[in-house]
Design a protein around this ligand. Structure first.
Ligand SMILES: Cc1cc2nc3c(=O)[nH]c(=O)nc-3n(C[C@H](O)[C@H](O)[C@H](O)COP(=O)(O)OP(=O)(O)OC[C@H]3O[C@@H](n4cnc5c(N)ncnc54)[C@H](O)[C@@H]3O)c2cc1C
Length: 388
């Protein structure tokens, strides 16, 4: 599903204007808060950004992957903290419900999520469980007509203001077989406590908290897909689109950083000329633009494949790996072009340099992306497939 070209270009122009006129001037203010300000959330709602990927039948925009990444290119131009909640809400958190929810579960939540009445969060990571998602220790045990969830989730984005958590927990059936299941949990659930916001290196203004579950009771109809064991597959499908969107946002941010560095290089004079005239500074700028362009091409190509209906697990991992590492190098070069000023908080490049670091960690570290890519390529060769 996709919106028509004219509607989409109005949306993209509206998002570009919103980023330029409303978000960028408030990047510092938001970095000092522990959640996105209410007035900006209202504007995000009005623009329809809460419904980017939600199907039209539930009031969402139902953008296809190619349209979604174009929006990512625009949203990416501002601090990742500003669009983090939109990414999670439309990405992993929302996609799980979309891929695996029962018709009743979709009916109960999708319209409220798409309109932005409630924000979604995705709770997989635990104190002892990160990259090895299958090792989840949180358990859900049968209790009457429902389940009791016990355990702790760590670093959960949006937790302090979310209206719906997709929580991953281990369940065991009558035969003793254990599987990873997902539960749709609302913040008021008895036995759920939301921890304080963590202090972090960057992306200030995008809160992450722990979730503590102590025999937290949920009804049967909170079990995603209505049966145990559908959690992991749903999460993996959700991650494909989420990773592609992160890569798209990295492209937007890399353009922003390269523009800022270029403007600074044109304005700053050393040795009697703008530093942009020094060839070693030109090399920094040229490498940044070239790598940004390469990432853009990768992201668009993977998105096209998704639009054609192909599974893009490997492509999404390649995009996330390349684009997140790329924006790290671009941010580093942007600081270098700014010289000492690049290290001073008065310049946005200092904040953005810290903001980009976590992009290589969440939704699967760079090493996990490499593992996914290598597994895919070696198994394709075992099947005798030609790589292309
Ligand atoms: C700001 C922020 C927001 C987050 N938001 C969410 C959220 O909303 N929901 C959620 O569930 N989680 C969230 N997370 C958690 C995030 O997804 C995890 O931190 C990430 O998956 C890595 O897990 P870990 O921190 O436990 O690292 P670990 O898994 O302990 O990894 C540590 C290091 O070992 C490497 N490593 C691990 N296994 C292997 C291997 N097999 N081969 C090679 N190297 C390996 C890793 O690449 C890494 O370098 C967030 C984290 C942060 C910092």
């Amino acid at each position: 599903m996709a919106v028509d070209t004219e509607t989409f270009s109005l949306l993209r122009d509206g998002v570009a204007r919103f980023v330029r006129e409303r978000l960028m001037p408030r990047e510092r203010e938001i970095a000092g808060l522990d959640r996105p300000p209410r007035d900006l959330l209202d504007e995000v709602r009005e623009l329809g950004l809460f419904g980017l990927t939600y199907p039209e039948e539930y009031g969402g925009l139902g953008l296809d992957a190619l349209q979604e990444v174009q929006i990512g290119f625009e949203l990416g131009r501002t601090s990742p903290a500003m669009r983090n909640f939109i990414s999670i809400h439309n990405g992993v958190a929302g996609q799980c419900l979309r891929h695996a929810g029962t018709p009743e579960q979709k009916q109960r939540y999708m319209r409220r999520l798409a309109s932005g009445e409630i924000v979604a969060a995705f709770a997989l990571t635990e104190p002892d469980v990160g990259s090895d998602a299958k090792a989840v220790k949180t358990v859900a045990k049968r209790s009457g007509r429902g389940w009791k969830i016990s355990g702790r989730k760590r670093f959960i984005s949006n937790a302090s203001f979310a209206g719906l958590f997709t929580v991953f927990a281990r369940t065991t059936d009558e035969t003793g077989k254990s599987s990873l299941s997902a539960f749709l949990v609302e913040p008021g659930a008895k036995g759920l406590e939301i921890g304080k916001s963590e202090r972090k290196m960057g992306q200030h203004g995008a809160p992450i908290c722990d979730l503590m579950f102590e025999e937290c009771y949920v009804e049967d109809d909170a079990l995603l897909g209505g049966k145990p064991g559908v959690g992991l597959e749903a999460a993996m499908k959700g991650l494909d689109r989420g990773r592609l969107f992160i890569a798209a946002c990295c492209v937007g941010l890399a353009y922003r950083l390269t523009e800022d560095a270029s403007d600074y290089a044109n304005a700053r004079q050393q040795f009697g000329v703008p530093i942009a005239r020094h060839q070693l500074v030109q090399a920094l700028l040229a490498d940044s633009l070239t790598e940004t362009f390469a990432a853009r091409g990768m992201v668009e190509s993977a998105a096209r494949k998704a639009v054609e209906g192909d599974r893009i697990t490997c492509e999404a991992s390649m995009c996330k790996l390349f684009a997140t590492e790329m924006v790290g190098r671009v941010a580093d070069r942007a600081v270098q072009v700014h010289g000492g000023n690049g290290y001073i908080s008065d310049y946005m490049v200092e904040q953005l340099y810290r903001d980009v670091r976590v992009l290589r960690i969440y939704e699967g570290t760079s090493q996990i992306q490499q593992i996914i890519i290598a597994k895919d390529l070696t198994s394709r060769r075992i099947r005798g497939e030609r790589l292309s």
